[in-house]
Design a protein around this ligand. Structure first.
Ligand code: SF4
Length: 269
């Protein structure tokens, strides 16, 4: 039997279970759309906080909070990809104020509470056999996530930015299991250790920036399923085997602002 291997970035996996039709457009058909300034603000905060955390790993080149903040400012002001400044009602100056507040708060209040073992670790490829000769190969790195030594086990700690990441003071974990469960599975396979679970470190990018850390939960369970319900791996395998990627016009991201496939998608009306 001929084999078809689809190589997929592990960090994109969560999006498959939001709107699979949109995911197929971006990751299999190459449809792209520029990010807005608010999304780019998040990217820049991730760059500076990852540099700060990497410097605190054994053998890392330690950076002061201010030195890491300059990475944020450079990234924000000199994007290395297209940014659509008309998408958000946000000026670059305001984005810089929000980002610097969150960067400092993260470095002073959050990072010292964690003992990181790795920052945005590279992952060993994970093959999912979908049947009929179709293999999905997950690759890449644990984008925006850390591996944390929690004392009684290893956690996958994912840094999330955005204006909906904290609600009523709580870091939101809803819908995060596909991506973090994938990271748990891939880390376990690569390192031959069991993970204890996942957690979200939320950096809220509204005009009143704030931070929160979620509870720990087992994101992997959603991927592998239970006796009563199939896991998302099995459901994804069916999509790849059939070539049918269902649309989700009820997605929070179903809008011309967020969806790259909006212009040609017949399902959003
Ligand atoms: S427009 Fe809506 S339904 Fe269509 S691909 Fe985008 S998110 Fe999915």
């Amino acid at each position: 039997m001929t084999q078809s291997i689809f190589t997929v970035r592990a960090s994109s996996w969560g999006g498959l279970f939001d709107c699979a039709y949109a995911w197929q457009g971006v990751h299999m058909l190459g449809i792209r759309k520029p990010a807005g300034l608010r999304a780019h603000l998040g990217t820049s905060i991730h760059a500076s906080t990852a540099a700060y955390d990497s410097g605190r790993l054994p053998g890392g080149q330690a950076l002061s909070i201010d030195e890491a903040a300059s990475i944020f400012v450079d990234s924000l002001r000199q994007p290395d990809r297209d940014v659509d400044y008309s998408q958000d009602e946000l000026s670059v100056r305001e984005a810089e104020r929000i980002g610097l507040t969150l960067h400092t708060s993260y470095c002073l209040d959050i990072a010292p509470r964690f003992h990181y073992l790795a920052v945005e670790a590279k992952l060993q490829p994970l093959d999912i056999d979908c049947g009929n000769g179709v293999i999905v190969r997950l690759t890449g790195s644990m984008d925006r996530s850390r591996v944390t030594d929690a004392g009684d086990g290893v956690l996958i700690s994912d840094v999330k930015t955005g204006s909906a990441v904290i609600q009523q003071g709580e870091a939101q974990i809803k819908g995060r299991s596909p991506q973090l469960g994938t990271y748990q599975l891939m880390y376990e396979q690569g390192e031959q250790v069991l993970t204890k679970g996942a957690q979200i470190i939320a950096l809220h990018t509204s005009t009143r920036p704030s931070t929160a850390v979620s509870q720990v939960w087992d994101a992997k369970r959603v991927m592998v399923g239970t006796e009563d319900a199939p896991g998302l791996i099995e459901i994804a395998a069916q999509m790849f085997r059939s070539g049918l990627f269902p649309p989700n016009p009820s997605s929070m991201l179903c809008s011309p602002k967020y969806c790259a496939r909006w212009a040609t998608c017949p399902y959003h009306e």
